[in-house]
Write a new protein. Structure first.
Length: 201
């Protein structure tokens, strides 16, 4: 079996329910279509337009270069993604090998970052370092609803959690093992895969 390259969307969906990763890769033809993705894309485009007019002070920075829609990947993890915004911290006397990047992820919510968002940011950080070199010490979640910025330090623990999560996802796909449903049935209520999970309805 060819090694699967997961996306950050898979990581996000795994946090929602591990079964979605199983359906996506082991039964790819059952995937229903949804309008949610298109809505999300439009919201992100608007956010990008506003970002161009915003000062960097909201991120606590005097100077930085903005890079939009940055494609990143990690050979080591077998993971790829596209980051809404990457801030390249500009500091005098810093050599290119010591460049600092800050991934910024836009969220369509006013809630504070839960563990899965933190892991997503850490995944971006790992991929940025592998793709562009330099260092990622922190990431930022920007809430499109509250317009609030939350800084997340990319700790070794968070990085380890990303590696462990991707390893578990890989095991599910390679062994074609359907995971148990989530303990709470709340995610099932609006789940696009609901009709395939006869044991939860
Ligand atoms: S219906 Fe529930 S168990 Fe099935 S994929 Fe959706 S969230 Fe998971």
């Amino acid at each position: 079996m060819e090694r699967v390259v997961f996306t950050v969307t898979d990581l996000k969906q795994y946090a929602y329910c591990p079964r979605i990763v199983f359906y996506t890769y082991c039964l790819p033809l059952v995937r229903p279509t949804t309008g949610k993705m298109e809505e999300g894309r439009l919201a992100h485009e608007e956010a990008r337009d506003r970002e161009r007019r915003r000062t960097l002070r909201i991120y606590g920075l005097e100077e930085a270069r903005r890079h939009f829609d940055v494609p990143v990947a990690s050979e080591e993890l077998g993971l790829s993604g596209r980051i809404d915004l990457v801030l390249e911290v500009v500091a005098e006397g810093r050599t290119s090998g010591g460049r600092e990047w800050i991934p910024v992820d836009y969220k369509q919510t006013g809630r504070r970052a839960g563990p899965h968002w933190r892991r997503q940011l850490a995944a971006y950080g790992i991929m940025l370092e592998e793709t562009l070199g330099g260092v990622v010490r922190r990431g930022i979640i920007y809430s499109l609803l509250s317009r609030r910025v939350e800084e997340i330090p990319l700790t070794p623990t968070l990085r380890r959690e990303v590696r462990e999560t991707v390893a578990t996802m890989r095991e599910i796909v390679e062994r074609e093992r359907m995971p148990d449903p989530p303990t709470s049935r709340k995610p099932c209520v609006n789940c696009e895969f609901r009709r395939f999970c006869n044991d939860v309805v």
